[in-house]
Design a protein. Structure first.
Length: 302
């Protein structure tokens, strides 16, 4: 029964998203550029430049176990709210039942304590987490290419590189690509979120019976601990896209920055890769400032 509930819950999410402009930032609210840090010695990371390939990993692989797993509270509803909730799901999962039988079954489920006992709460959190892991892929970006912690954590201790995207072009490409994909193959069952991440000290309270579906989705997938605020993260969340690849058009990437610790071999290989591209991407090299814990960026002609 619980698996049917969750299947229908996520079907509802993807059908609603295309009607909810809140899921995608207005273009005027996007920064001019968004950035992605990469590891030079990882061949998968280089494909972003050689093949225009964006990879959308499942949240299963994230380094933050809280990411995308904020629990929905099914134990915080009134008797009437919980029974009405079960009736609405029975209409989807068991439509052959009469209204009287649906009401009786929903009352039985309420009285059984389903989703309100400690074990049920633990089970629903596990099912929700696994469903998220198998349903969405996330491409993470940042608005801040200067942050030395980001270079250390995501660009191999400054030995890697950073890609700059035209944020508006990237957003429009993703929206149009998935809209075309939906119309050709998926009949509306695929969509995206393109928004900035929220940072808080505590979990947002997500009530299963009172929190609107779009707010629930945004809260779960776009809320992180205040400890991560330095990342200034933006996300493209691809529903039905876990561990999927997306090939973008030329001209969306327009900047590459080499880490201040990248060796000569790496610099030469990066220049060789850029020379083979059909479009022209500006190249920069990070350098440590002599007067503080900051970076300078000088342009490289190639």
């Amino acid at each position: 029964m619980e698996s049917l509930v969750f299947n229908n819950f996520f079907v509802s999410i993807v059908s609603v998203i295309s009607k909810m402009p809140k899921y995608v930032l207005d273009l005027k609210d996007l920064p001019e550029h968004l950035y992605k840090f990469r590891v030079f010695d990882d061949p998968n990371h280089k494909r972003i430049l050689t093949d225009n390939e964006l990879f959308f990993p499942s949240p299963r692989w994230f380094n933050d176990p809280f990411d995308s797993t904020i629990p929905v509270r099914y134990d915080q509803g009134s008797r009437e709210e919980i029974i009405n909730h079960w009736v609405s799901h029975l209409k989807i999962t068991r439509p052959s039942l009469s209204p009287q039988d649906m009401e009786a079954e929903a009352t039985r489920l309420f009285e059984s304590g389903r989703f309100r006992t400690p074990q049920s709460i633990e089970d629903i959190a596990r099912m929700s987490r696994e469903r998220t892991y198998g349903t969405v892929g996330v491409f993470s970006l940042t608005a801040n290419y200067e942050n030395i912690l980001l270079w250390s954590h995501y660009a191999d201790k400054h030995r890697g590189f950073c890609i700059g995207f035209d944020a508006k072009k990237l957003c429009l490409f993703c929206i149009n690509y998935l809209k075309n994909l939906e119309s050709r193959f998926l009949r509306g069952n695929q969509s995206i979120i393109f928004r900035d991440v929220r940072y808080t000290r505590n979990y947002p309270f997500i009530n299963a019976y009172r929190t609107e579906l779009n707010e629930r989705t945004l809260s779960q997938l776009l809320t992180k601990s205040i400890d991560w605020k330095y990342e200034q993260e933006y996300r493209i969340v691809w529903f039905h896209g876990p561990d999927m690849k997306l090939i973008i058009n030329d001209g969306i990437m327009n900047k590459v920055i080499l880490g201040c610790q990248m060796d000569k071999r790496g610099q030469e290989e990066m220049i060789s890769v850029l020379r083979k591209r059909r479009d022209r991407i500006s190249l920069y090299r990070a350098k440590k400032k002599i007067d503080g814990f900051r970076l300078d960026f000088e342009q490289v002609n190639y």
